[in-house]
Design a protein around this ligand. Structure first.
Ligand code: HEM
Length: 218
């Protein structure tokens, strides 16, 4: 137990926790995105999928708790690493000229905060119905169609998915490096994987609100 606390207390330990939980969250996103694309197969396919997820209420809660645990560890490690960085350089740079950073790496914190806000809104929207005009339990197809009637909601989802893409691109690549799965900073294979993963997942998610907005899904 003590070695675990010592590991968590180190900067490397927090980065490893971010990498491992990041991979778990990536797996969830891929499965959720693929599940959502069943919207194009119709209302029955979506209902069967929702029922399948609820085959065992106990298993569903194990998965939910695992997901919550991973998200909390990922966010707490990110906040603590940010605090450690700020302590190491309290003055900031006199003149900051980004050398090898990308738009993705520079928006990790802003994107992370927006994603956290998105998740709270999304759960209140399509799972709990707080921000939904007419949520019906186990009717995900209709819930999604009605949920995206407002262009403002569609726009919020699309912007959030853009930031999700940036976050995934930098996060997947940085995570691979931390875990030693990519050796050099410009490892082309892992960068290509991170890029494709980010594009496929964020575009796959964004497709649903856009298709509802355009009337392709109705
Ligand atoms: C446009 C994109 C998305 C659509 C259309 C969508 C759709 C849905 C729907 C319909 C549900 C309810 C499922 C049910 O109760 O049967 C749901 C639940 C959920 N979504 Fe999404 N989702 C999207 C993006 C995301 C993203 C990007 C994340 C994470 C960052 C996410 C995380 C979740 C979580 C955690 C749940 C709750 C699962 C549960 O515990 O029941 N979703 N989503």
């Amino acid at each position: 137990m003590r070695w675990l606390l010592k590991f968590w207390d180190s900067t490397v330990g927090k980065k490893v926790v971010m990498g491992v939980t990041g991979i778990g969250l990536m797996a969830f996103l891929l499965v959720h995105m693929a599940g959502n694309l069943q919207m194009f197969l119709g209302a029955d396919a979506m209902r069967r999928y929702a029922e399948l997820l609820r085959t065992s209420e106990e298993l569903l809660w194990v998965a939910r708790l695992g997901l919550i645990g991973m998200a909390v560890l990922h966010i707490v490690a990110a906040l603590q690493l940010t605090a450690i960085n700020a302590k190491a350089r309290p003055e900031g740079y006199a003149r900051k000229v980004p050398q090898v950073s990308t738009l993705a790496s520079r928006t990790m914190r802003l994107g992370g905060i927006l994603l956290a806000a998105f998740i709270v809104y999304h759960l209140g929207h399509l799972t709990l119905g707080w921000f939904h005009p007419a949520l019906v339990h186990l009717q995900p197809y209709g819930n999604v169609i009605i949920g995206f009637r407002s262009p403002l909601v569609v726009a919020f989802y699309v912007v959030a998915m853009f930031f999700l893409g940036l976050h995934l691109f930098h996060g997947a690549w940085a995570g691979f490096r931390t875990l030693g799965l990519a050796k050099r900073s410009a490892e082309p294979l892992q960068r290509a994987f991170a890029l494709w993963f980010a594009v496929i997942v964020s575009a796959g998610f964004a497709l649903i609100p856009i298709a509802v907005y355009l009337g392709i899904l109705a």
